[in-house]
Design a protein around this ligand. Structure first.
Ligand code: 13P
Length: 393
């Protein structure tokens, strides 16, 4: 089960001066290419899904594939929600299986950024999930040319970074020191002195957005100054597009599958190039040994109802299902009734939590307390409740 806690993964990278690639994916070609490369290089890897890319894929549909690919990998993997723009989208990403969250309120004022980030950090930490915040503004849109970049670079200052960390308790900080998202025009002018000072002041893993187009020496200096996670997308999309263009130019009548030939391999090659450059190759074993494995919890309740008929029992169950499903950290709920009427307990709730931390936050969540006190416990006196931690099999 090589899905691991990203907090440990990035701490290892930070302490050992290398960076883990966070590769944004938009479909199965990207997912397979990224993981093939990481397996080949025996490198830890972050599978990243950006809210800004939702026009390109169905998040609900892609996430089960991402999670099962991560779980069957032999190398350590984290699943990251990139550029999350709201509390609700972060809750949904966790429900779908992301075990790392980015809040991007970097276009807001410092105070507003702090307020928005604080709320998401508190919710995510309650789910055992680390959070990346962004301060300053990295302009641009992944996958587009620099000329489309909206807005100017707004550099992260050391004082703001310190205030932001103290007030939000984020785990990682994305800094703005001269990179842009998407294709560059010319060479990026990176402010390494600023990065060095932020790193000395904060002492937490730093993140670079807009990895596409930076040169080898720039990557080296970023990593020397505290960058432990590098976000990368446009170059992967470009090699995929070049491969398709090459395929389609080779013959007049060409099928879909002929057009797509070699796309996964082209993405994998680009990812391998990054992994070599950023120093994460051959680190998989060490990182796996260092990281907490990411395990879910099954919260089981078996019970009988008394004082209400079966129609009212089913209304109570339906209402509970709706209320409890929306609590942060709840991944799914199974409600059931016994097949054999003589069974000792007639009904069950099986509530899957993303992480053991959710046991407490769920119990104390006001929506859970209200449902349990007003609707459930008064009619379900006869019950057993047990939390089971997932076993690796
Ligand atoms: P590029 O598309 O410039 O590589 O940036 C990716 C990124 O920062 C995603 O968050």
């Amino acid at each position: 089960m090589p899905l691991v806690n990203i907090k440990d993964m990035l701490q290892h990278a930070y302490d050992n001066q290398y960076a883990v690639g966070a590769f944004d994916l938009i479909n199965l070609d990207f997912l397979q290419g990224i993981l093939q490369a990481a397996e080949e290089m025996q490198a830890p890897v972050i599978l990243s899904l950006a809210e800004s890319h939702f026009e390109h894929f169905d998040f609900d549909l892609l996430m089960p594939a991402v999670e099962s690919a991560a779980r069957r990998a032999s190398i350590p993997v984290a699943i990251h929600f990139d550029h999350g723009h709201s509390f609700d989208s972060a809750v949904k990403a966790i429900r779908l299986g992301c075990n790392s969250i980015m809040v991007d309120a970097s276009e807001s004022s410092l105070n507003d950024n702090i307020e928005i980030t604080k709320k998401i950090v508190s919710m995510s930490h309650g789910c055992g999930i680390a959070v990346e915040g962004e301060l300053g503004y990295v302009p641009g849109v992944e996958g587009e040319d620099a000329k489309h970049h909206p807005g100017e670079i707004c550099y992260t200052t050391v004082e703001d970074a310190k205030t932001y960390l103290e007030n939000t308790h984020i785990d990682f900080l994305a800094v703005s020191i001269g990179t842009v998202h998407g294709r560059l025009q010319g060479k990026a002018n990176l402010d390494f002195q600023r990065l060095k000072e932020i790193n000395q002041e904060l002492g937490i893993p730093l993140v670079i957005h807009g990895g596409t187009g930076l040169d080898d020496e720039q990557f080296k200096q970023l990593i020397q100054n505290g960058v432990a996670k590098i976000n990368y997308y446009t170059a992967l999309a470009d090699v995929a597009a070049q491969q398709i263009k090459h395929n389609s130019s080779s013959s007049e009548k060409i099928s879909y599958t002929d057009n797509m030939k070699g796309v996964t391999a082209a993405i994998a090659n680009e990812v391998m190039h990054c992994i070599k450059l950023w120093g994460s190759a051959k680190k998989a074993g060490e990182v796996l040994a260092y990281c907490q494995p990411w395990k879910s919890v099954e919260h089981l309740i078996i019970y009988n109802v008394e004082g209400i008929n079966s129609t009212s029992a089913k209304e109570m169950i339906t209402e509970g299902y709706t209320i409890l499903s929306s609590i942060p950290g709840v991944r799914s709920i199974f409600v059931g009734e016994t097949i054999k009427k003589e069974a000792q307990y007639q009904y069950t709730w099986l509530v899957r939590f993303c992480h053991p931390s959710v046991i407490d936050t769920y119990r104390e969540h006001p929506e859970h307390v209200a449902f349990a006190d007003n609707l459930f416990r008064p009619v379900a006196g006869n019950r057993i409740s047990i939390d089971y931690l997932e076993l690796p099999v």
